[in-house]
Design a binder for this molecule. Structure first.
Ligand SMILES: [Zn+2]
Length: 416
């Protein structure tokens, strides 16, 4: 038994903080109590959390743990052996967990071997929800062909990996087969793309569509038949219509949702989550590639407006960094971006805890501090409601508990 005593508890539901004690028994939360209690069983490990904030383990709904840079030599796998890259990925999985992120939804690039290695205890890392690869048609962001016509076994941002199934498909039959292959290879969620993005090739930008409605409907139906949710990269224009009408579960990026009021209305009606990924566009606004820089600059104001309208209309906005190319572990930087975009610090915390767990469909087990939930808990030396940026500093993350076990302990270092 672990007793996190007398901390300021923010439970992830949006409720005001309370001074309370969190009791962990095995891998579950047994109690969250404000009763002044000292009669814990002998042998209970008591941690004094006075002056610290206790939060649910943080969740990033859109990360790319196996990507480490945006430059071409990395994306084309020319800069290092595959084994070196795998070990680099293992190192960032460990750092990400130690930064307080106990759950990561990987939006493509990470193969199922990493999840198995974490579950077997070979390496340390967050709980993983994997998508493996981005499903798109010829010309979409998952289909990388060089200007000279050479296929690159890659997509716009993710280095290729022979363990990831081929993700380019055309026509409803082909789409259904690829969804099944993803699930066979270990996908927990299906990732697809119905538009280009900031960093995709010239000619396939944020408003350029990919997939027709029949193909997307087949993709969503097949994913749902296999009990997988669908996360869809869609920035603007007709690709958003197709994704929302087909019934995807989350819109990733959604930069131009402000341009058609019907989009956010339909998302609210259908309970579709919005994962804006602001941090990556901060990075792309400084891109050395002119077409990427111009797209990122153009979308900025639309993106902020889209988030504010989503909040007003009741679409749940959740946190995802689209990290990888711009560095690890940068996850909590997204919460600062969300506050700058108009969220309250409490809403930003919900975006990475309670609401994020709902986006993943794991709300019964994770996301809030309540009896019976899995014991993923973070103790922070500071008050994220007063200054959300404390979460970005790993030195302030005093204790990380995942599945009831201590994953990182800086309590001694952060005692004062
Ligand atoms: Zn992404």
């Amino acid at each position: 038994m672990k007793v996190l005593k007398n901390g300021r508890v923010i439970d992830g539901t949006g409720a005001a903080p309370v001074d309370a004690t969190v009791v962990i028994d095995g891998n579950r939360i047994a109690q969250v109590t404000n009763r002044n209690q000292s009669d814990f069983p002998a042998g209970a490990e008591i941690v004094d959390c006075a002056g610290k904030t206790v939060l649910p383990g943080l969740i990033d709904c859109h990360d790319h743990m196996a990507n480490h840079k945006y430059d071409l030599t990395h994306r084309w796998r020319l800069d290092e052996p595959q084994s070196t890259r795998h070990l680099r990925t293992a190192a960032v999985l460990k750092q990400t967990l130690a930064a307080g992120y106990t759950t990561i939804r990987d939006a493509a690039g990470l193969d199922a071997g990493f999840k198995r290695a974490i579950e077997e205890g070979l390496i340390e890392g967050p709980r993983l929800m994997l998508s493996l690869a981005i499903i798109s048609p010829y010309g979409g962001i998952g289909d990388a062909v060089s200007p000279s016509g050479l296929p690159l076994d890659d997509c716009c941002c993710i280095p290729g990996d022979p363990l990831l199934p081929e993700s380019v498909c055309n026509g409803v039959d082909d789409v259904r087969q690829v969804v099944r292959k993803m699930v066979r290879a270990g996908a927990d969620v299906i990732k697809c793309a119905t538009t280009g993005g900031a960093s995709s090739r010239p000619g396939h930008g944020p408003l350029d569509p990919a997939f027709n409605l029949d193909e997307m409907q087949a993709l969503v139906d097949e994913a749902h038949a296999l009990d997988r949710r669908v996360m869809c990269h869609a920035l603007g224009g007709r690709g958003l219509d197709v994704a929302i009408e087909a019934g995807v579960n989350s819109i990733e990026h959604g930069t131009h949702l402000d341009q058609n009021p019907r989009h956010l209305e339909r998302m609210a009606e259908r309970g579709i989550f919005f994962v804006p990924t602001l941090l990556v566009y901060e990075y792309h606004r400084r891109s050395p590639q002119p077409h990427v820089k111009a797209r990122a600059a153009e979308l900025y104001e639309h993106h902020i407006e889209s988030i504010q309208r989503a909040l007003r209309i009741g679409v749940k906005v959740v946190a995802g960094t689209d990290a990888g190319g711009h560095g690890h572990p940068a996850n909590a930087g997204e919460l600062e971006c969300l506050v700058k975009a108009g969220m309250t610090p409490m809403q930003a915390l919900q975006a990475a805890t309670g609401w994020a767990s709902e986006c993943l469909g794991w709300e019964e087990e994770l996301g809030t501090l309540a009896p019976g939930k899995l014991a993923d808990v973070v103790v922070v030396n500071g008050d994220p409601l007063a200054d959300i940026s404390v979460l970005r500093d790993p030195a302030k993350i005093a204790l990380v508990v995942k599945d009831g076990a201590v994953a990182a302990n800086r309590l001694a270092a952060t005692a004062r």
